[in-house]
Design a binder for this molecule. Structure first.
Ligand code: NI
Length: 388
């Protein structure tokens, strides 16, 4: 494994150049023409069996023995950036106003292309075929993975793996766990309609601001009072809009937020409790409530055998591998692949955050240590080279 790591290091210049090219030209959502053109250019150069549009993503196969009977191993990268104005000051910083690769998907795409090149060289050692999945729109619900899966991107696949860079952990560190790793990220919005009027005459109005304040407080009791103490859940009200002036009681108040859970049953229980509480507060305060709830990506649940394989394979190349890390409450649509075939999602260290905590994922000054790139290339290649 160390020799593969050395080969990956020799390819660092190319992988880094790809990453920087993507970083300069970030694209968002499903509309990734420039990014896809680069991916296709690199894949076609390798002579892989490439399909340009499978549910909006790019799929490339490197054929190997035994793939018809045993199934292929799929490796996935996401390609999309975020609507954030980059503030890193890097000389390859985003050239597009208000868009930046601050979740490391540029690195994910570059590393998977690096792994495709490395595995093409090592194809004689492959136990089975390898499928490379390049996915758009990870950052927005309902995500790009769902449509790729529906279009058959996992047909003939028996295992799937993916990586995410993880700031705050050193280069060479890998972490994963069997079972739930990342949360179901649900979204809710509540509109409260009252009756506006003069702030000096509240008795002639129905005040949606006071109702919204009560509701925010009530909703915050659900996780502490209704969810069993051993279980993880987050409910955050993140937005509260109402009113236009100090002397006007408004007609409406709007609140929005997210619920994060590691099991569908807890997520569904919280949704039900929120709905009941919203109705009760609305009835008590005399406002009318519209409650919207969108269930997010499924929970990322790592298959125990795939997680054990990942920990073992990565442990052969690094001494900094943790096979049973704490789950995190962010979401990932890698879970859509895991609904179909067993798989494992892995975090990989990409260097420290700033001391003040800035520089994490989705931050305008997110940076990664590019020395992590060969580690990611090697990790992906090693997962494909090991049949378990
Ligand atoms: Ni991400």
């Amino acid at each position: 494994m160390k020799s593969i790591l050395n080969q990956s290091r020799q390819r660092l210049d190319h992988v880094r150049a790809i990453r920087r090219e993507l970083h300069r030209h970030p694209e968002i959502g499903v509309d990734l023409p420039r990014t896809k053109a680069l991916v296709l250019r690199e894949l076609n150069r390798l002579g892989l069996d490439v399909r340009e549009n499978v549910g909006g993503g790019i799929v490339a196969d490197l054929h190997g023995p035994d793939e018809a009977s045993g199934g292929m191993i799929a490796l996935r990268a996401d390609m999309d950036a975020l609507p954030v104005q980059e503030e890193t000051g890097l000389d390859f910083a985003s050239q597009i106003l208000g868009q930046a690769h601050v979740c490391g998907h540029d690195a994910h795409t570059a590393m998977l292309l690096g792994a495709a090149a490395l595995l093409t060289d090592l194809r004689d050692r492959l136990p089975t075929g390898v499928r490379f999945l390049f996915q758009p729109n990870e950052e927005n619900q309902p995500g790009g993975a769902k449509f790729m899966v529906e279009a058959g991107c996992l047909d003939g696949v028996s295992e799937v793996y993916g990586l995410h860079v993880w700031p705050g952990r050193p280069t060479g560190w890998f972490g994963t766990r069997p079972g739930p790793l990342m949360a179901r990220p649900d979204v809710f919005g509540v509109t409260l309609r009252g009756k506006g009027g003069h702030a000096s005459a509240p008795h002639q109005c129905v005040d949606p601001v006071l109702a919204a304040c009560h509701l925010v407080t009530q909703l915050n009791t659900i996780v502490s009072r209704r969810v069993p103490p051993g279980e993880r859940a987050v409910l955050s009200v993140t937005r509260l809009d109402a009113g236009t002036g100090y002397n006007i009681i408004p007609d409406m108040a709007f609140l929005q937020g997210t619920v994060r859970t590691l099991s569908a049953s807890t997520g569904d229980m919280i949704e039900g409790a929120m709905r009941a509480m919203t109705d009760a507060v609305a009835a008590g305060m005399g406002v009318q409530a519209d409650f919207d709830y969108l269930r997010g990506f499924p929970v990322v649940v790592n298959d125990s055998a795939a997680a054990a394989k990942a920990a073992r394979v990565l442990g052969e190349m690094s001494e900094m591998v943790e096979g049973n890390i704490d789950p995190v409450m962010a979401g990932e649509d890698f879970s859509q692949y895991q609904q179909k075939v067993p798989g494992c999602f892995v975090f990989m260290g990409c260097g420290p955050c700033a001391a003040d905590g800035r520089g994490g994922l989705h931050s305008s000054c997110f940076c990664l240590d590019e020395d992590c790139l060969p580690w990611g290339v090697t990790a992906l290649a090693a997962l494909a080279l090991d049949r378990g």
